[in-house]
Design a protein around this ligand. Sequence first.
Ligand SMILES: [Zn+2]
Length: 263
Amino acid sequence: MLPCKKCNSCNTGIFETCDNYDYLGSRSDGGFAEYVRVPVWNLVPIADNVSFEEAAMAEPTAVALHALRRAGVEVGDTVVIYGPGTIGMLIAQWARAWGAKKVLLVGTDLNNFEFIESLGFYDYFNASKGDPIKWVMEQTGGKGADVAMEAVGAAVTAGNCLESVCKGGKVVFVGNPHGDFTFPQNTYWQILRKQLSIYGTWNSRYDNTPKSDWGIVVDAMASGAVKVKPLITQTFSLEEMDKGLEIMKDHTEFYSKVMIVND
Ligand SMILES: [Zn+2]
């Protein structure tokens, strides 16, 4: 991320909400090239035991950490994650590393539950086959989760998050919205009656210090606290890049992260 370093957000070090940021690899070209010109400020040193493939996962891993830190998850909390995709599974790993007692995952038929198990998570529920709120209540002794993470971007899952948390609980909206959101009156009422705290999250915190999201990410990769390698489901050379893009565009096979490696 290339913040403008002029706006109020930048002046207070909250670069993730910069008014006018640029990105190497999305807003500006970069990444799919032999050489990329990067400002020194953006360079993050990685440990010798972290591969380039793992390091290339730093951005989504930092986005997931940022979302979790927004809520301030505490040791012993139960965290429910709606949407066990790449970001959802990274949030799950962070929640566990952060001391969550229980990490509950809710997905649909579209999710690969074998893949979720391969990452070491077994408390998941297929919402295509039943009521996820009832399941979360069963898993929490009728209390509800302490924190709910919405990693889908749909009104139904957003509403389910509000219904799934306990009184005084926290809900973080992570997923980019796929359309307008409307809530049933009783669902909206959960925010008021349970005195919920609602958080938004955007990008990740990068500021060149060890406690910024990116600093914690590279440390966690080195120590093995967070495992990103299993999330790389396909790897292609630069010449085969089209194949990787087609899998993502047409969903011809299951993927989490498709990696382009210049070897
Ligand atoms: Zn700025």
